[in-house]
Design a protein around this ligand. Structure first.
Ligand code: ZN
Length: 328
């Protein structure tokens, strides 16, 4: 399946991204591209979460881009302007299944981050902000159809409201990770807050499943703190959790920005391809794909995304197959 990517189909977001890709052999352009991509990724995740658990399709609302609960203080700033991720897009070296342990540079105050990365082509689909009463079942059915395992970064309060969907995720053999108890950025700024959020999440999930998921996986709402002045990545590691950001996405949470001359489906697919062209070229990084259970458009295009990745030579696994953390 092809997406019309001609000039008349370009939107400003993608055009800017594409323009930056042209001089990829230029060091400055590389850093700018990485910075821009990080900004897009963080902006997407930061705007993704909808507090209303009954609203499964968020794109038809008139809510602001970054929903904030009435009693919520300002969300964690993603700070894309301060630090460019020190990553350079380079072709994957081989398709060998051998693994190697690489060290990524961390912020001075952050935990040392390491991860064993297969040099084979493995894609890690991740779904944030669920469970969702309308979309989780559809997504699970599609994953079963393609015999694909994925990772669901679940919010505790949503699990409490959709316990059946959480059980379904577990029973179908997917990995369940913590995405905080209530997605409240204000509670996730300090070590104590992060610890409490995880504790509350564990209580909620254990109550529903009867046990905690076997692997301790975590994704920071809005992405991991880049400065990490409060050493939250270290706190997370001390709690036994592996943390995961992402390097590919379908921009579902920005679907309201879909240009008028494209359908939402076309735009999500084109966004996915553009992000894939970035993430798949990162050296020694697992291809981790961010999507959200809260968007019906993601369920609509999931089969296409799986087939696209298969056509690129990828197989699929859940993040519990990895050891260590990966942050951008
Ligand atoms: Zn989220």
């Amino acid at each position: 399946m092809r997406i019309n990517s001609g000039p008349d189909r370009q939107n400003p977001l993608i055009s800017a991204f594409s323009d930056l890709k042209k001089p990829f052999n230029n060091k400055i352009a590389l850093l700018l591209t990485a910075l821009l991509c990080t900004f897009i990724l963080i902006s997407c995740e930061a705007s993704a979460f909808e507090a209303d658990p009954t609203a499964s399709d968020l794109t038809v609302t008139d809510s602001p881009e970054i929903p904030v609960e009435p009693d919520e203080t300002e969300p964690i700033e993603s700070e894309p302007e301060t630090t460019a991720p020190e990553i350079e897009p380079e072709p994957l070296e081989s398709e060998s299944l051998e693994t190697e342990t690489i060290e990524t540079e961390s912020e001075p105050a952050a935990a040392e981050v390491s991860i064993a990365v297969s040099t084979g082509k493995i894609a890690y689909l991740t779904f944030d902000d669920g469970p969702d009463k309308n979309n989780t079942g559809r997504i699970l059915d599609i994953l079963d159809e393609y015999d694909v395992k994925a990772t669901f970064f679940v919010v505790g309060t949503r699990a409490e409201r959709c316990p059946g969907q959480l059980k379904d995720i577990a029973e179908r053999g997917h990995a369940i990770g913590c995405h905080s108890y209530d997605h409240d950025y204000s509670r996730l700024k300090t070590a104590d807050g992060l610890t409490a959020e995880i504790s509350d999440w564990e209580s909620a999930v254990e109550e529903i499943l009867g046990e905690l998921p076997p692997s301790k996986l975590f994704r920071f709402p809005g992405g991991s703190p880049i400065k990490d002045e409060n050493n939250l990545k270290s706190v997370l590691a001390e709690l036994g959790y592996s943390g995961f950001d992402w390097n590919c996405l379908n921009n579902d949470c920005l679907v309201k920005k879909c240009p008028a001359d494209m359908t939402e489906d076309e735009w999500l697919k084109q966004s996915f391809i553009d992000a894939y062209n970035y993430g798949s070229k990162l050296k020694n990084a697992p291809l981790i794909i961010l999507m959200h259970e809260t968007y019906s458009q993601t369920a609509d295009m999931l089969g296409w995304a799986i087939e696209f990745l298969q056509s690129e030579g990828y197989t699929f696994a859940a993040l519990d197959e990895l050891q260590g953390s990966w942050y951008y």
